[in-house]
Design a protein around this ligand. Sequence first.
Ligand code: NDP
Length: 287
Amino acid sequence: MTVMIDGKALADEIVQDVAQEVSSFKLKHKVVPGLAVVLVGEDPASSVYVRNKILRTEQAGLQSFAHYLPENTTQKQLDDLIDQLNEDDSVHGILVQLPLPKHLSESRVIDAISPAKDVDGFHPENVGKLVTGQQVLVPCTPLGCMIMLKRHVDELSGKHAVVIGRSNIVGKPIANLLLQSHCTVTIVHSRTHNIESICRSADILIAAVGQPHLVKEDWVKPGAVVIDVGINQITSDGKRKLVGDVDYHAVFSKVSAITPVPGGVGPMTIACLIQNTLTAAKHQFGA
Ligand code: NDP
């Protein structure tokens, strides 16, 4: 029988575990770990993500510092805020919500965040550590995918994992983490030939594309485990709804386990951000 991988329930567990650890951390260090979240502009989807991140941060007993900057914020103003947060001892993690307005440089902002406070794991130093297997702060979405996979696949070693998508924030880090778990990893992307047949050979299929229902029933191997990272807004029967990159209903009965959208990878991403904030705080206190 196919298992629906419940990301929301697993995320609740992680946040509860972090909340317990935060209590001990506070007793030990007399400090509450703090996460600063920076949002530039008023993009509706980003505003929802930031609101949820702050809510979860507070649920876990962490301190949150929200910085809402106007759309016309200059690069210098954003750089100055990052410098200030890097210096602030009450801030242990910094997250700048992406994408930024077009006139601001994302790479400059990512490079400016102190690697020790880089809870998104996007700083080149943390990317290098991830690739060489010394990671501390792993990007949240890939980390969430790995936690779900480890719960549902007895032995990752030797499995063929196919990752659709090669972005720096999802596809590439997931591929590296799978490789560290001894999977045989194939990355496919928009220029790949015969993508369906490559996907059909996957024991583990990760879709991180941003194309609604790209992955059809005949793209999956019977018994595969499917992780759907995609979040796509579509209109169906006159109603707006979120769907993944995988045609969930068509694929469901063929696979052994699959994440839904919504309620799969999304909640896990936020839970891993909370976990990363605690990890960053612990490291800053030498743990
Ligand atoms: P990007 O747009 O940065 O990357 C998309 C990747 O998909 C690219 O590598 C692109 O290939 C590849 N691609 C595009 N079209 C096709 C196609 N037809 N066939 C095969 N590959 C294709 O997206 P992200 O990695 O940032 O995000 C991917 C999805 O995950 C989005 O829906 C996003 O909203 C979602 N997301 C969800 C998160 C969550 O918490 N659940 C967190 C982050 C993202 P190429 O490189 O050749 O252009």
